[in-house]
Design a protein around this ligand. Structure first.
Ligand code: AMP
Ligand code: MG
Length: 414
């Protein structure tokens, strides 16, 4: 057996990052930037109004109050997307809408709420007058050019995992394309003579259940899932399916057939390709894991062999496959987030096996602001229905006792 840290080191080495490519930034949510992004110009590009109101010379309003309003001549109205054709002179104002460029000569914008237009239509047309009932500080109501991002600033660093707001930032600086890591196309091939996908079950058969789960996990991991179907426990057939898969995929997950059974064909197939690493990882569940690489059109394609027990498949995806795929997509920190939580019930596990248990736990935040966990009922590796509601994996080392009220380290499931 090897520990999880060592298993990950071996696995990630077999899953090197893809070459960065140009990507449309609007489609890059969840992708990792491979090059810094520098703003070519100011954001906002010009001084503009942060309110609906009147662009004025602040000095004109010295002493203005409810009791002693100051009357200004309105030159017209500037909407967002238009520009004033004349500067503001003494005793004058432009009506401006939020986002409109502040006309030359103005040094503040007074909110419309502090004013009353004297004409009934209040359109802010030339010839109108406005009464201002308050003083205004110089600079008030103006968003300066470059106050969000100054020209030349490093807006996003290489290694950033792009989130929706980042896509907005990229658009705001006019960066329509970025250099980044594209989504991986990841195939899922499940194996087992006992697995049925439709129709009634005959004796000894079960419904295949891991493929839907793994395809959905991949979609949430920002990969493009590719359903490769169900393969029989037959080594030559499996070899052929894998050879075909790597022509079209950046990585392939298999499920089942990697343990010590008499018909564990994934192990055998990868072994015949010559690139098998077969691991007994010191974790519970999901001890067996196999991986290898097959030659693809653009270089070696990793094939990751997950165990078939449904909970083992889930746990080995989270602890091994997901970090490996994230590494291949350029993530600087591919591992799940770990937090210290409070156990609300004892977290029991068998002892003496030398493995770290990853107990599936329900998670909730308590009134103390801490994350509280309790084990789901049904911790066996075939009991997927119990694990389905788990929000985290509590790490309990061999020999470690976790009683109610104790702190325990929890990996959050995304
Ligand atoms: P294996 O890893 O192939 O030895 O399978 C371990 C256990 O998981 C066996 O009970 C299988 O029937 C079950 N199993 C394997 N693959 C699947 C699957 N895709 N869906 C549901 N159960 C599976
Ligand atoms: Mg099997």
């Amino acid at each position: 057996m090897i520990d999880l840290v060592e298993a990950r080191r071996l696995l990630l080495a077999a899953c090197p990052p893809l070459e960065p490519v140009p990507l449309p930034s609007a489609e890059a949510d969840g992708c990792v930037l491979a090059a810094d992004v520098v703003a070519p110009g100011d954001v906002p590009p010009f001084d503009n109004s942060s309110v609906d109101g009147y662009a004025v010379r602040a000095a004109d309003l010295a002493g203005a109050s409810e009791a002693a309003p100051v009357r200004l001549a309105v030159l017209g109205s500037v909407l967002a997307g238009t520009v004033a054709d004349r500067p503001v002179g003494p005793g004058q104002a432009w009506k401006v809408m939020t986002g409109a460029p502040v006309p030359a000569g103005a040094d503040a914008v007074v909110m419309v709420e502090r004013t009353s237009a004297t004409r009934t239509e209040q359109l802010g047309a030339a010839g109108d007058q406005v009464e201002v009932r308050a003083e205004v500080a110089e600079g008030a109501g103006i968003r300066r050019a470059g106050s969000d991002v100054p020209a030349g600033e490093l807006v996003l660093l290489a290694g950033t995992v792009l989130r929706p707001a980042h896509l907005g930032v990229l658009a705001s600086v006019g960066a329509r394309r970025i250099t980044g890591y594209r989504r991986l196309r990841v195939g899922v091939l499940v194996t087992g003579d006992e697995l049925v996908t439709a129709g009634d079950l005959r004796p000894g058969q079960i419904y295949e259940s891991n493929r839907a789960m793994l395809l959905a996990l991949l979609a949430r991991a920002n990969c493009v899932p590719v359903d490769l179907g169900v393969a029989a426990d037959d080594v030559p057939a499996l070899r052929q399916r894998l050879s075909a898969a790597v022509r079209d995929c950046d990585a392939v997950l298999t499920c089942g057939g990697v343990s010590m059974g008499d018909s564990d064909p994934v192990r055998a197939a990868l072994e015949e390709f010559g690139g098998l690493t077969w691991l007994q990882v010191a974790i519970r569940p999901a001890k067996p894991f196999a991986f290898g690489t097959l030659p693809g059109p653009e270089g070696p394609v990793p094939v990751l062999g997950l165990p078939g027990n449904p909970v083992s498949a889930l746990v080995s995806f989270e602890l091994l496959a997901r970090p490996a795929l994230r590494h291949r997509m350029g993530h600087p920190d591919p591992y799940p987030s770990e937090v210290l939580a409070i156990a609300d019930a004892p977290l029991s596990r068998p002892h003496g096996d030398g493995r770290t248990a990853y107990l599936r736990v329900g998670c909730r935040f308590g009134p103390d602001g801490r994350l509280h966990v309790r084990p789901v009922a049904g911790q066996d590796s075939h009991q997927l229905s119990a694990s389905a509601s788990a929000g985290g994996l509590a790490q309990v080392a061999d020999g470690q006792q976790v009683n109610a009220g104790d702190e325990v380290s929890v990996l959050l499931l995304s």
